[in-house]
Design a protein around this ligand. Structure first.
Ligand SMILES: Cc1ncc(COP(=O)(O)O)c(C=O)c1O
Length: 385
């Protein structure tokens, strides 16, 4: 099959929910992908912040291979070792919480929403930020503070109210007797990389304590080292009651996780929530392999350094007007049509994502090198001159 065939297959056999270029990828290694015609691409999209250790990392391959040779699936009617070990590891690395496993970011957020409703005992409204993104299931798109994600799917699931991002007054003015939680991305990814202020986050924690609300951080995109900390909240030192994870957690295999503080987690009893595939042994083994690398001494410092370097180099380009972000989750506002820029980059073998008009998003594999950053910058400089 060649790249041109992909377009025909999609037209005939796939729901066309994506708008994608006519490129069929067949191989990946580190920060590079190869298409069916043998062309190589430098990948600054990283599977949309998923391939944290790059494509086909040896440790991830080894974990998948050895686990799939012994056991692939049992369902959650029975215990499997990788799931138990991963839950323990996540607890050690976060706030000693307990984990519910699922298969995606949206499902992790669904679990958090359901747990918040149990916690509320009748209180059910969750405040989320304007511009936020929490997923595409009906409840999570209702939680998402962007109409373009909700269009066509009304009526929304009730129980969500939207607050201004980074405005404490907006949050406090909207809290009422039905409010049970505040759910927030510490860095808004899908809206174009907008970071929360420290005072705002500290203030939200205080508000949650004052009104007995749960503070939920959606770390689906920011988690697992993406922002130069294992979880982005650790940079701020503001501890949530619940975090949700997915994307980079298993280096490319589907997985989602919701970690809740122990007492809150205990509101989930047998039968109250479930997932057939959630926490399956292969994904959990891959995740343990990812964590063994990301939590290694020096790895996260290196992510921070490389993020600073990428930001510094992007600031050299005159048509880039604003560069922001944490670690290797970086946004840049440019002075022209992003669609043409990303298409020109693709033409030159560079993959970059554009989440919003005039905004480029850089979420490369965390193992990207300074030389690869330089290579990307020289392509961008040429295209943006
Ligand atoms: C912050 C955030 N939450 C939730 C999601 C949904 O994750 P998934 O696509 O795995 O359902 C995303 C996906 O981009 C995300 O960025």
């Amino acid at each position: 099959m060649k790249s041109k065939d992909a377009v025909i297959y999609e037209r005939d056999f796939l729901c066309q929910t994506y708008s994608r270029p006519p490129v069929l990828f067949v191989k990946g290694d580190g920060c590079r992908l190869w298409d069916a015609e043998g062309r190589s691409y430098l990948d600054l999209v990283g599977g949309l912040a998923v391939c944290s250790l790059g494509h086909c990392h040896s440790k991830v391959i080894e974990a998948i291979k050895s686990q799939s040779e012994s056991l692939i699936h049992t369902s959650n009617l029975y215990y499997t070792k990788p799931q138990l070990e991963l839950a323990k590891r996540l607890s050690e690395l976060s706030f000693e919480g307990k984990t519910f496993f699922c298969n995606s970011g949206a499902e992790a957020n669904e679990a958090a929403i359901k747990l918040a409703r149990l916690y509320g005992q009748g209180r059910y409204t969750i405040l989320t930020a304007k511009g936020s993104f929490h997923g595409r299931t009906l409840a999570t798109l209702s939680a998402t503070g962007q109409e373009k994600i909700q269009n066509g799917y009304l009526p929304l699931v009730s129980g969500f109210k939207y607050i201004e991002f980074n405005s404490l007054e907006s949050a406090e003015s909207i809290i009422d007797e039905e409010t049970v939680a505040i759910m927030l991305e510490v860095v808004q990814g899908e809206k174009g990389i907008w970071q929360v202020d420290i005072d705002y986050l500290l203030g939200l924690r205080d508000l949650c304590d004052k009104y007995n609300l749960l503070l939920i951080f959606d770390e689906v995109q920011t988690g697992i080292g993406r922002c130069g900390y294992l979880f982005a909240y650790q940079f701020y030192g503001v501890e949530p009651d619940i975090i949700t994870l997915a994307k980079g957690l298993a280096g490319g295999l589907p997985i989602g996780a919701m970690i809740a503080e122990k007492e809150i987690a205990s509101l989930f009893a047998p039968g109250s929530h479930a997932s057939t595939f959630g926490g399956n042994p292969v994904s959990c083994s891959a995740s343990l392999a990812v964590l063994s690398v990301v939590a290694q001494d020096g790895f996260l410092q290196d992510v921070r350094n490389k993020g600073d370097y990428l930001k510094e180099r992007l600031r050299e380009i005159p048509s880039i007007k604003d560069v922001r972000g944490m670690g290797l989750m970086i946004g840049a506002t440019i002075d022209r049509d992003v669609k043409k820029v990303t298409a020109d980059c693709l033409e030159k073998g560079l993959l970059i994502n554009a989440p919003a008009p005039q905004i480029l998003r850089f979420v490369p594999p965390l193992i990207i090198t300074a030389e690869e950053i330089d290579e990307a910058i020289s392509v961008l400089k040429e295209i943006l001159k």
